[in-house]
Structure formats: structure tokens, C-alpha cells
Design a protein around this ligand. Structure first.
Ligand SMILES: [Zn+2]
Length: 85
């Protein structure tokens, strides 16, 4: 479908409401048609980069095999106690 160029038409800016030449209107990032004075570009924070979850575990964990430094906790009656035996 062919559209008329609108070079003699007048239109209303959707931002300020002023009457301007139809050919002056520009489509903004948010879909509004605005005049050259009101034209606004999209702010970079409107499209943030995708976020990734924080790493929680080590890739190659190692167990501490030193028994003297190890602490053993036991649970009794919903209380944790240090077992030094
Ligand atoms: Zn305007």
C-alpha cells in the first residue's frame, strides 16, 4: 500500500502537542512521534545487559585433612556443641 508523502500536511507532536510539519515528526524509541525539538534517544539503562548469578562454589575444592585443626560439632536437642574428644 502506498502512502502519501505528507509534505503539505500538519501534524501534532505527541510530546509537546505543538503543530508541526508532518515530515518533521520522527518516531522515538518508545513509539511516540515527536518534533525535532522534543526528540529523545533511548537511555542506555532502558536495556541493561543480562545479569548472571553470582558464583557460590569453588570449581576445584580441596578437603582439609589435618585432623588436629579439625573441629567436630555435634547436635543434641537442637543445639550445636563442639566435641573435643
Ligand atoms: Zn514536540
Amino acid at each position: 500500500m502506498a502512502f502519501a508523502s505528507g509534505k503539505y500536511s500538519r501534524a501534532m507532536c505527541e510530546q509537546c502537542g505543538d503543530e508541526v510539519a508532518y515530515t518533521e515528526l520522527q518516531k522515538q524509541w518508545d513509539g511516540l512521534y515527536s518534533c525535532g525539538e522534543c526528540f529523545d534517544t533511548e537511555h542506555p539503562q532502558e536495556q541493561p545487559s543480562p545479569s548472571r548469578p553470582d558464583a557460590e562454589a569453588l570449581e576445584h575444592p580441596r578437603v582439609d585433612n589435618n585432623d588436629q585443626d579439625a573441629s567436630i560439632y555435634t547436635q543434641a536437642d537442637n543445639q550445636w556443641e563442639l566435641d573435643n574428644t
